[in-house]
Design a protein around this ligand. Structure first.
Ligand code: SF4
Length: 334
């Protein structure tokens, strides 16, 4: 991200909760809890955190896909469309459907769910294009799809194969090609490199970067793998218990991790030539149905003090891009 870009997606106190009935009582699972994000045009924004911290729910909410048992309890979600900021939280199902794929697309976890196992890949592309593009333009868009497949280095005959004939890595690359075919302004990726070996993972990362560079669009990508973020993201948001607790450029997050949780995530990464045991985050993440009072990291934090157990610190700006929610930093030290 060479220069400051225009905001393409913004959230304001976004909250997405699951409301579950359990043994006659209601349980509120606070998966996304007052998240304020500002994502720019022409950047790759990474969201990191352990399993169960709310990352996937945040992505679904950003994709404006709120369906029971998930509920948007409060907050706003804005997309920048035709130079105007549009509140998309109140859109009708039809309006949302139109925006999806043409304006914003989703790369789900596990590529198999995208394909019909008894249909050739070509059929999936045709169905997809057919449901989004009017009759006279379909041929043209299908031609574009064919070109995109070749540009992205996929084999010429991939469209004639069945999903089970492709390796996991190849299927994932086809899924990404499909998500990019209508040139969306925003692409959302839910762990697109998980379960792939490192060589294949590298190819998928390269492909995402190439698509972003050629479309000059925005990719918002979730993965728990900090190594992947280091390779692909321009900026990173660290998520813990439904909240963003640190945000910065990739350089800032890796060179100066300022939240104790981020420090654990970075320190747990292997270092070349260092065979010593790495520190992992102590303890386990909290249940989102029972988030600790105050800073939710306090039961695992070696620096916790009284105020941490009572009050959640606000995200405080360390400098232009770098923000942290911790009582120890940014002049919040109580
Ligand atoms: Fe640790 Fe307190 Fe900072 Fe939370 S606010 S991360 S408990 S020092």
């Amino acid at each position: 991200m060479a220069e400051k870009q225009q905001t393409i997606l913004r959230t304001q106190n976004l909250q997405a909760f699951y409301v579950l009935e359990m043994q006659g009582a209601q349980k509120i699972v606070k998966a996304v809890n007052e998240v304020n994000l500002q994502v720019y045009e022409n950047e790759i924004y990474g969201i990191a955190g352990e399993s169960g911290c709310g990352k996937t729910t945040l992505l679904k909410t950003l994709f404006n896909e709120i369906a029971p048992p998930l509920r948007l309890i409060e907050g706003k979600l804005y997309y920048r469309i035709n130079d105007a900021e549009v509140d998309v939280t109140g859109m009708s199902a039809d309006e949302k459907r139109r925006l999806r794929m043409e304006y914003i697309s989703y790369i789900p976890q596990g590529s198999m769910s995208v394909f019909n196992p008894v249909q050739r890949i070509r059929g999936t592309f045709q169905d997809f294009i057919g449901s989004h593009v009017s009759g006279k333009n379909r041929e043209q868009v299908f031609e574009l799809a064919h070109r995109r497949v070749l540009e992205l280095g996929l084999p010429r005959n991939v469209l004639d194969t069945y999903p089970h004939q492709l390796s996991g890595g190849m299927r994932q690359r086809v899924t990404i090609a499909l998500a990019s075919v209508l040139n969306p302004r925003i692409m959302i990726g839910d762990e697109p490199t998980t379960a792939l070996d490192v060589v294949v993972q590298r190819g998928v990362i390269q492909m995402l970067k190439e698509i972003q560079r050629s479309l000059k669009n925005t990719i918002i990508m979730v993965t728990h793998d900090m190594g992947v973020h280091a390779n692909i993201a321009d900026r990173i948001g660290i998520m813990y218990a439904g909240k963003i607790v640190e945000e910065g450029t990739t350089e800032q997050i890796f060179a100066n991790p300022s939240h104790p949780y981020t420090q654990f995530l970075i320190n747990s990464l292997p270092k070349f030539g260092d065979k010593s045991m790495r520190d992992s985050v102590p303890g386990s993440p909290p249940s989102l149905a029972d988030v600790p009072k105050g800073c939710p990291f306090h039961p695992r934090c070696p620096h916790a003090r009284d105020i941490c157990r009572q009050q959640m610190p606000d995200l405080t700006r360390l400098n232009d891009d770098h923000k942290v929610a911790c009582w120890l930093v940014g002049g919040q030290d109580g």
